[in-house]
Ligand binder design. Structure first.
Ligand SMILES: Cc1cc2nc3c(=O)[nH]c(=O)nc-3n(C[C@H](O)[C@H](O)[C@H](O)COP(=O)(O)OP(=O)(O)OC[C@H]3O[C@@H](n4cnc5c(N)ncnc54)[C@H](O)[C@@H]3O)c2cc1C
Length: 327
């Protein structure tokens, strides 16, 4: 563990760090070590040292899509923060942005330059690294549509640029989710737009999100990914969960939001097991109702370093009846 922090400044790492402070859900035990590199050099050194240490290791951004375990994490969390941000504009609508940049600030910067295309991401509370890894977006769009190249680093410290087609983007998915490569910066190309009209659109998007999404309570955004078959049968996951009669269902201090059923909120001291129980219940009841097995967008980090869609673990709380081969 000490070898991982050798050469880092004292404020770049913390032993025994509460993961609840790094997750929007405010859930999770302690991680053995959290490193927040202050430079690209420090990032490269940390990734190399973490891999060589043989300890489990994981890279995160703002934790806005992550469920940390009540038992914490016996390894090294590398958090890509604002020190690895920064935006620069080129010609022809090109923008290069650091992985640690805060997404709403990035989108505002593109709007101020009169560039359209990133606006659907205006309300997403994460880093550009997390956004690209998740191919995040709203209005059924994903940021990968506009990405032209990604600067990535591996756990040997090698840096290279990948083209869009090498990142395997699909709905809320990219190759970065397998954890072998870390995004350092991304280059996008956006079409020209009218800055004033874009600003009005941004205000409208934020107004509609505020009206729809739960207020005040800690949450990690949409829990389940939209599924085309479910959509044609009932609509988005939130409506399906509501039709299954689960809106407002609680497990401990976790609750399927009474405001929007695709959100699970933390009413105080929720634990990861409570959230997983609700994910399992929603998945099971919607499957019974529609025959569609919803997939979780939120990812669970196990104490030994498995980072995977939360439903894969939640099924331990009540597996789906899979005789229909529907998973
Ligand atoms: C209130 C709320 C609303 C939300 N609304 C939306 C929405 O409208 N649309 C949407 O798509 N999402 C939404 N989300 C989910 C979340 O904000 C996005 O998925 C966001 O892009 C995640 O960014 P992050 O920095 O928090 O990533 P994290 O949650 O920290 O990590 C997510 C994944 O990305 C990986 N990752 C993070 N950084 C890097 C990197 N530099 N290199 C490689 N991999 C990396 C992690 O390993 C992990 O697998 C919402 C969340 C909340 C809390």
């Amino acid at each position: 563990m000490d070898a991982v922090v050798a050469g880092l400044a004292r404020d770049e790492f913390q032993y025994d760090a509460p993961l609840s402070k790094l997750s929007r859900w405010r859930i999770g035990g302690a991680a053995d070590l959290v490193v927040t590199p202050a430079s690209r050099d420090a990032l490269a050194r940390t990734l190399r040292a973490a891999a060589r240490s043989g300890l489990p290791h994981v890279v995160i951004g703002d934790g806005s899509n992550l469920l940390f375990d009540d038992a914490g994490f016996r390894g090294v969390v590398v958090q890509i923060g604002r020190a690895l941000g920064g935006v620069s504009f080129g010609s022809d609508g090109e923008v290069t942005v650091g992985a640690g940049h805060w997404v709403p600030h990035f989108v505002h910067a593109t709007i101020n330059q009169g560039l359209a295309g990133a606006i659907h991401a205006i309300g997403i509370p994460g880093t550009v690294g997390g956004l690209v890894a998740m191919n995040g977006g709203s209005q059924r769009k994903g940021i990968g549509e506009h990405l032209i190249a990604a600067e990535v680093i591996d756990f040997d410290g090698n840096v290279r640029w990948l083209q869009q087609e090498e990142l395997d983007f699909s709905y809320r998915h990219s190759r970065l989710q397998d954890g072998a490569l870390v995004l350092v910066s991304a280059r996008f190309r956006f079409e020209p737009g009218d800055a004033r009209a874009l600003r009005r659109e941004a205000v409208e998007i934020m107004r509609s999100r505020r009206a729809k999404f739960p207020k005040v309570r800690a949450n990690c955004g949409s829990v389940f990914v939209s599924d085309p078959r479910l959509y044609s049968l009932i609509g988005p996951p939130g409506l399906a969960i509501e039709r299954a009669g689960l809106k407002g269902l609680a497990a401990g201090d976790a609750q399927i939001s009474p405001e929007h059923a695709n959100f699970i909120v933390n009413n105080g001291q929720a634990r990861s097991v409570d959230v997983l129980a609700l994910i399992a219940a929603a998945r099971r009841r919607v499957f019974e109702l529609t025959g569609v097995a919803m997939l979780a967008e939120v990812r669970h980090l196990s104490p030994v370093g498995q980072l995977r869609p939360a439903h894969e673990l939640a099924d331990q709380f009540g597996p789906l009846p899979l005789e229909n081969g529907n998973d």
